[in-house]
Write a protein that binds this ligand. Structure first.
Ligand code: P6P
Length: 341
């Protein structure tokens, strides 16, 4: 077997570069809390396999029929890409049939899908966030969150998935970019793995990732500024003052990619509410809350502009919310700007 040299390069300011070759399966097995059944680890292994399969197709999207549109429109009213449908199908297939997942809430499914009614977990996910960028070869990602059911005696119900993000037992994303990375937390820090396509393994690249103390970026679509409330203007003005942290503006239009860059190098990502869309665009359950969970595990925060995203209990699986995730100092300043009259 060729000696895999995952050469993670220098760790970002807030992480520890891997010193040994560790697969995600081994890392999950070794980091299980005492008394664990191993079911959550195996569920996360299933998601890692789904990420490998989706990565394989995403890498070739430009060369196969998958680049096109599926011809359908999802519950969001967004035209589905073939890759959206493929990613959703793969996640459903790999999360079914093992007695681990009772129900799946997906951006691509109008209703939650009941899988194994007496199983202990519920998975919420956006199978391919940022898919509108597929044809321009921009990084896109799968975002997921895992809840442990409090009562498995009956069939899964909305009490199992309409949960605040503080109830998550794990969350993460798979980023399909220049390399494929899986970043997750199960409540004990944030850890990043890079897929080595030659051996088909996610290898530990950085452990205990934390937002650097000094942020470098802010990610806002300034073209939408005329649609924002006045407080957002005060925040952007504050960001650009000479006596505040000198940040660069980077906005990819793919939340996972923006979040990932800010996690490694410091910063904040935001999708504010707008005049004609005060609830914003991103979904609370399977986009905002998982990213806020990761942010909180990495020393940052998630907010809707007024409160911690992890405290909001959704009333609908596809509920939208303004989303701000990243550096806790920048988010505190943003909340101040939005609260000023
Ligand atoms: P806009 C991608 O469609 C997405 O859901 C997020 O990944 C991304 O941050 C946002 O929408 C981009 O939206 O309106 O700026 O193009």
């Amino acid at each position: 077997m060729s000696m895999v040299d995952p050469d993670p390069g220098p760790p970002p300011v807030g992480g520890r570069a891997a010193q040994h070759i560790v697969t995600i399966e081994r890392f999950l097995a070794d980091s299980q809390p005492p008394g664990s059944t191993g079911e959550l680890s195996r569920l996360l292994d299933d998601i890692a396999l789904a990420g490998k399969l989706i990565a394989s197709r995403t890498r070739r999207a430009g060369l196969t029929e998958l680049l096109g549109k599926a011809g359908a429109v999802n519950v969001q009213g967004e035209e589905q890409n073939l890759l959206d449908v493929y990613a959703d199908d793969v996640m459903t297939a790999l999360l079914s049939g093992h007695g681990r997942v009772a129900a799946i809430v997906s951006e691509e499914q109008s209703e939650p899908v009941v899988v194994d009614p007496t199983a202990p977990y519920v998975v919420v996910h956006d199978p391919l966030d940022g898919s509108s960028n597929i044809d321009s070869n921009v990084s896109i990602g799968t975002i997921f969150g895992v809840y442990r059911r409090e009562d498995t005696s009956g069939a899964p119900s909305e009490a199992d998935w309409l949960r605040p993000g503080r109830d998550l037992v794990a969350a993460g994303y798979v980023l399909y970019g220049t390399s494929t990375m899986l970043v997750y937390s199960a409540g004990f820090g944030v850890h990043a793995f890079t897929l080595d396509p030659e051996v088909g393994e996610f290898l530990l690249t950085w452990s205990d990732l934390r937002f650097p103390d000094e942020p470098a970026y802010y990610s806002l679509n300034l073209a939408s500024a005329p649609q924002w409330e006045a407080g957002m203007g005060r925040f952007v003005d504050w960001l650009n003052r000479p006596d505040t942290p000198e940040l660069s503006q980077r906005y990819i239009g793919s939340a996972v990619a923006d979040f990932h860059r800010n996690l490694l190098h410091g910063g904040v990502f935001g999708y504010p509410g707008e005049v004609d869309r005060p609830e914003g665009k991103l979904r609370l359950l399977y986009e905002g809350a998982p990213l806020a969970y990761l942010a909180s595990q990495a020393g940052g925060r998630g907010s809707d502009g007024t409160q911690d995203l992890l405290e909001i209990r959704p009333t609908d699986p596809h509920q939208r919310t303004p989303v701000f995730v990243g550096d806790r100092f920048l988010i505190a300043r943003l909340e101040e700007c939005l609260s000023e009259e």
